[in-house]
Design a protein around this ligand. Structure first.
Ligand SMILES: COC(=O)c1ccc(CCNc2nc3cc4nc(N)[nH]c(=O)c4cc3[nH]2)cc1
Ligand SMILES: [Zn+2]
Length: 368
């Protein structure tokens, strides 16, 4: 049902395919975020056109609205959204700690109040699996205890140990052949904790392994270092997924360190806010400098935005027209999708390092 096929490597970078019952996922690959069953502002066909093979949904959000039983009654997430490719759902482990009004975390559960209607909800490993089974995603994530950085070592160790115990409970509760379960490595920025956690989870039977607890406010270099000393301790025959990452630079730096899959709101949330990603770096479309610019964002981009001028895109945002966020979301996802395709080609050609350096030079050194 689920199989990771390693096609080739180039330094630390891997080219592969993650085979799933709903089709293959080319790696390295980027997953557009469709938190509430929609990649905001785009139809499912527009998302497919960007080259995405798999999209992400969120257990926390869908549990609160419209509810996992409602999604099941509507035929499950694929049928409800009209996406017949693979879907991965996050477990709620991050959102409950970043969005939920936490009352308490015990060994049994993370209990929180809904940020929508204040209802008290007890999220246990078993309930997270139950929700993801009702949603019908192809890949479920274990429920983990994610803490913000920086944090005292004792707190990092405590959350890590609980995450491993919760992963085992998720493994026991996940009994569907047609739904993969990915583990999530925690451990802050600590080399020893990360390697211990990766080794312990690698000894358990999961279909894939995520690196969690990053992109939580740490400096990018610390993220890269942490990924670099974690991936070697993960099984080479399973996909590695870095959660919540990231900028175009983050993607290439982490692919160089053995990561296969990514998800991030970066391209879509920033797209809705008039920021476009290009090979020359980020462009803020509301800037007056674009007012009379007749050029597209990128000459060779096949997206819906690049049929228009930068001046028109600026006008849409300045006028508050709904088409602005739609077009820029499409461009940014197309940019990420094309970047991943170019990366896969570069790895196959043994040119990844040269490719990465050329991209970094084009983007310049201002952070996105
Ligand atoms: C304009 O806004 C943005 O561009 C933007 C916003 C938030 C993030 C942060 C996303 N980071 C992140 N998402 C994550 C999701 C996670 N899920 C689980 N279960 N466990 C984790 O350990 C985990 C870590 C994450 N780190 C990144 C970018
Ligand atoms: Zn474009």
């Amino acid at each position: 049902m689920f199989r990771y096929e390693l096609i080739g490597t180039d330094g630390g970078a891997r080219r592969g395919v993650f085979h799933t019952p709903r089709g293959p996922v080319r790696t390295p690959g980027f997953m557009p975020v469709g938190t509430l069953g929609t990649v905001k502002g785009l139809t499912i066909d527009q998302v497919a056109a960007t080259g995405a093979d798999m999209i992400l949904g969120n257990t926390y959000h869908l549990r609160l609205r419209p509810g996992h039983e409602t999604v099941a009654a509507l035929g499950g997430l694929h049928k409800m959204c009209g996406w017949d490719g693979p879907i991965l759902t996050d477990s709620g482990g991050f959102q409950v700690f970043s969005l939920g009004a936490i009352n308490k975390v015990t060994e049994h559960a993370a209990t929180f109040r809904s940020h929508i209607d204040g209802a008290k909800i007890e999220l246990t490993p078993e309930h997270s699996i139950e929700i993801q089974q009702a949603l019908g995603s192809d890949v479920a994530m274990v429920l983990d205890h994610v803490i913000a950085l920086p944090a005292p070592m004792t707190q990092v160790e405590d959350a890590l140990a609980r995450s491993i115990r919760w992963a085992a409970r998720c493994r026991d509760a996940a009994d569907r052949q047609d739904q993969a379960l990915f583990a999530i490595v925690q451990g802050g920025l600590d080399r020893t904790l990360r390697q211990q956690c990766a080794t312990e989870l690698a000894a358990m039977p999961f279909e894939g392994y995520a690196v969690g607890g990053l992109s939580v406010g740490e400096p990018p270099e610390d993220m890269y270092t942490t990924t670099g000393f974690t991936t070697p301790h993960l099984p080479a025959d399973k996909p590695r997924y870095l959660m919540g990452v990231g900028t175009p630079r983050d993607l290439l730096e982490n692919i160089a360190r053995g990561i296969d899959l990514f998800d991030c709101v970066m391209p879509t949330r920033n797209g809705r806010n008039a920021l476009a990603f290009t090979d020359e770096g980020a462009i803020k479309l509301r800037n007056a400098v674009h007012k009379l610019d007749t050029r597209p964002l990128m000459e060779d981009c096949p997206c819906l935005a690049c049929r228009h001028s930068r001046g028109y895109l600026r006008h849409l945002f300045v006028a508050g027209e709904m088409l602005g966020p739609i077009l820029l979301s499409h461009h940014n996802l197309m940019y990420y999708g094309r970047l991943m395709q170019q990366t896969r080609d570069a790895i196959e050609a043994g040119q990844f390092e040269t490719f990465k350096n050329a991209k970094l030079a084009g983007w310049g050194h201002e952070p996105f």
